[in-house]
Design a protein around this ligand. Structure first.
Ligand code: GAP
Length: 447
């Protein structure tokens, strides 16, 4: 079979070089590595390095915190990634989860028809086949026999795992609509055109809320979640002018949707989707009820009313959001006549929140520096760095977004104080060690 090629899988879009700078930073500083690199790489897959795993985890944890910890109407779930064909038959994904694919008759490359302008990006030929539906689900076999009875699919969205657990969650939590089920985890799509670094990959992470509401409240909750989700990104540091909502035209809607709006971010290549918020109506619960024979509905004992809730679904990409947060935070400025690169990440997202830096490598400073580190570690994610000059170490921390550096110097040995340096202003302030945690807490604004 001809390999399906993406038009710009290798290049990363954008006119100001920002994408290249982010891709380079990710590799150089250990955020994101191309997967299987020692074997020449594996197209469209990436590994998250020591800093990337922290940043990605912080994105997911902050979503989880906002969606579950700070609310009493949302509970969590972690459903299986592997699932039987029955789930995807009922959900409509086997029939409808497709992208239009064309072949170039000249060079035999394959492309996603809606991503090219009728011309083969490889050879320039306009001699393309008619588009045909290409199903994006990854198919595999569970168990040792690779026959039709053993077929399983890797989930292309977390949502279906939520719908098929609706009754389990309802009976175990005694929740009443409006209430939601949140899920974060990997999803897989055999994308025809993986694109723009981790923006569109075949293996990625999603953060999805299925919010179940009485049918007549669906449009109110749809509007509510549009505002909430837009605010989440701006609260975590993306400038409002780089965010917008875009409502889908009727011909763009997914097979289950009665209305969808995307939260869009101004990527280097233009406005593009960060998250989709859909009014899924009662499509999924009804489909699974019909296919499984189970009752998937809400019974209100107080009123005797029985109904199938409608679903409002804010569905975000964690890996895509991580990239957007990095793009939004990237800045270059000048400090003391020297150019510097700085990631102005929100402290909740920064891979390290505090870096403890002994001014010199001299052994006399180490016991106190380690004591300060031990004091901070239960409260903040810390780095400890003794290499190179203090100026170089500040730059290294700026480049990966560490909001505060704590420097232990020779005076610290006698005055029991350290210097706290702020990433954004570069201002330095002397702070007593016994007041350090309180001072850093004050700076987070989270006291
Ligand atoms: N359950 C609904 C659903 O999955 P979607 O718009 O297809 O909706 C939701 O996906 C989000 O998941 C997208 O807005 C995007 O952030 C992320 N996403 C989807 N496909 C992706 C891919 N191939 N690579 C990275 N992120 C992806």
């Amino acid at each position: 079979m001809t390999e399906v090629r993406a038009p710009d899988e290798a290049t990363v879009g954008g006119t100001d070089g920002l994408m290249d700078k982010i891709v380079n930073l990710c590799k150089r500083r250990g955020f994101i590595f191309p997967s299987a690199e020692i074997y020449g790489g594996f197209r469209s897959t990436y590994d998250y390095g020591p800093l990337g795993v922290n940043l990605l985890r912080n994105v997911k944890n902050n979503w989880w915190r906002t969606m579950t910890q700070l609310r009493d109407d949302v509970v969590g779930l972690d459903a299986a990634i592997l699932s039987p064909p029955a789930v995807w038959e009922a959900s409509g994904h086997l029939a409808n989860f497709t992208d239009p694919m064309v072949d170039c008759r000249n060079c035999h490359e394959r492309w996603r028809a809606d991503k090219i302008d009728g011309v083969c990006p490889n050879c320039g030929s306009g001699d393309l086949t008619e588009p045909r539906a290409f199903n994006l689900m990854f198919k595999t076999h569970a168990g040792p026999i690779e026959d039709e009875g053993a077929v399983a699919y890797l989930r292309p969205e977390t949502a279906q795992g939520t719908f098929i657990n609706f009754a389990n969650v309802l009976t175990t939590t005694r929740k009443k609509p409006p209430f939601g089920i949140a899920q974060v985890g990997k999803s897989f799509r055999n994308e025809i055109t993986p694109q723009n670094f981790v923006f569109r990959t075949r293996e990625f992470e999603q953060m999805e809320l299925e919010y179940f509401v009485p049918p007549d409240e669906a449009s109110t909750w749809f509007a509510y979640w549009l505002d909430e989700r837009l605010r989440w990104y701006s609260d975590l540091g993306i400038a409002p002018e780089k965010l917008r909502l875009r409502h889908h035209a009727p011909d763009e809607l997914s097979h289950y949707s009665a209305g969808t709006a995307d939260v869009e971010f101004l990527f280097p290549w233009g406005w593009d989707e960060l998250e989709g918020i859909a009014n899924r109506t009662d499509y999924d619960l009804k489909a699974h009820a019909a296919a499984s024979g189970e009752r998937l509905e809400y019974f209100d004992q107080a009123t005797g009313e029985r109904y199938v809730p409608h679903v409002i679904e804010p569905a975000a990409g964690a890996t895509r959001a991580m990239m957007a947060f990095m793009l939004a935070a990237y800045d270059e400025d000048e400090v003391g006549g020297e150019a510097r690169t700085v990631l102005r990440l929100h402290w909740r997202l920064a891979p390290y929140q505090v870096a403890v830096l002994p001014l010199s490598k001299k052994e006399t400073l180490e016991p106190l520096a380690r004591r300060v580190l031990g004091l901070l570690q239960p409260h903040f994610v810390c780095d400890y760095d003794t290499t190179q000059s203090i100026g170089r170490r500040y730059r290294r921390q700026d480049e990966v977004g560490t909001p505060w550096c704590v420097t232990v110097d020779f005076d610290s040995l006698t005055d029991e104080a350290v210097t706290v340096r702020d990433r954004d202003s570069t201002l330095q302030e002397r702070v007593p060690i016994d007041g350090l945690i309180a001072e850093l807490r004050r700076r987070t604004g989270d006291v």
